[in-house]
Design a protein around this ligand. Structure first.
Ligand code: CDP
Ligand code: CDP
Length: 256
């Protein structure tokens, strides 16, 4: 079966990371969280006190920064990590998951020159296929030719509640209305920005998982991926048959 590129986009808390991670595990694919790259760069900008409006400095920062995504160990996965994130070789998997970093990430994600640097990295990381990458612009910009594109949705209330529960589990004191406002503000910025806004690609399959679990959503995507892989394998066989019969015709009768 051919190895596909699967793009999963959607707003904050729509289940992209959890579902993408599960789909990748079921198919034996590589899972890549593009949002973690924006978060890691945002963390560096915050630490260095680079203004989030300073486009030139942020572009320079993006170019000199090395961000790496690695599959977690069994232990790290049990602790909730889906991708381990390294910023200039230092593990920042936990540090990038705060609301402050999320907001900063969505601000620097509005800058075209910063996006160009990260998109090029993402394209390199996923170049071999057999990959599930999730984010906001994967099906529209990073991999517009992905063989399967998904757009996940869920109601804003449910998405905020999911995020809030995560904060609760980590012992972070933040109220549900605060998380709701953070998620809504970030979504609005992501949907309304000039460059690569969060939008469903025309050929993306929309799945509203407000009332669906991670496993159920992941299974649906795996089913679609298997169908798509079969279609592609069938098309490849047809092309080969056409090629071979063309060869026979050119050789003419009696030729071997
Ligand atoms: O990556 P994204 O922000 O789209 O969402 P996520 O981090 O995968 O999911 C946010 C939280 O919602 C996680 O704690 C998931 O376990 C949970 N979730 C859920 O309860 N049901 C779903 N169908 C999807 C996610
Ligand atoms: O996990 P959650 O859905 O809350 O956010 P994330 O995927 O970690 O992304 C953090 C921020 O990075 C988003 O709010 C976007 O502004 C930005 N981002 C983006 O612009 N393009 C991507 N492909 C991924 C993330």
């Amino acid at each position: 079966m051919p190895k596909l590129t699967i793009a999963i986009d959607g707003p904050a808390g729509s289940g992209k990371s959890s579902v993408a991670r599960r789909v990748a595990a079921m198919l034996g694919y590589l899972y890549l969280d593009s949002g973690a790259m924006y978060r890691a760069l945002a963390l560096k900008a915050l630490r260095r006190q680079v203004a989030l409006e300073d486009e030139s400095r942020l572009e320079a920062l993006a170019k000199e920064t090395h961000i790496e995504l690695k599959p977690p160990s069994a232990e790290q996965e049990a602790a909730g990590a889906k991708n381990c994130v390294f910023l200039d070789a230092a593990d920042v998997t936990q540090e990038i998951r705060t609301s402050e970093v999320a907001q900063a990430a969505s601000r620097l994600a509005t800058i075209a020159r910063v996006r160009e640097v990260l998109v090029a990295e993402q394209q390199r990381a996923g170049a071999g296929g057999g990959v599930v990458m999730e984010g906001r612009d994967i099906g529209t910009v990073v991999f517009p030719k992905a063989e399967l594109k998904m757009f996940l949705e869920a109601s804003p209330e449910v998405r905020a509640e999911r995020r809030w529960k995560e904060h609760q589990e980590k012992g972070e004191r933040v109220t549900l209305p605060e998380v709701f406002d953070e998620v809504i503000e970030r979504d609005k910025r992501d949907r309304e920005r000039q460059v690569s806004p969060l939008v469903r690609a025309k050929d993306a399959v929309l799945v509203d998982n407000t009332a669906m679990g991670i496993e159920e959503t992941a299974r649906l995507i795996v089913m679609l991926a298997q169908e798509r892989a079969k279609e592609l394998a069938g098309a490849a066989v047809q092309t080969e048959k056409r090629y071979l019969s063309g060869l026979e015709e050119r050789k003419g009768p009696g030729a071997h």
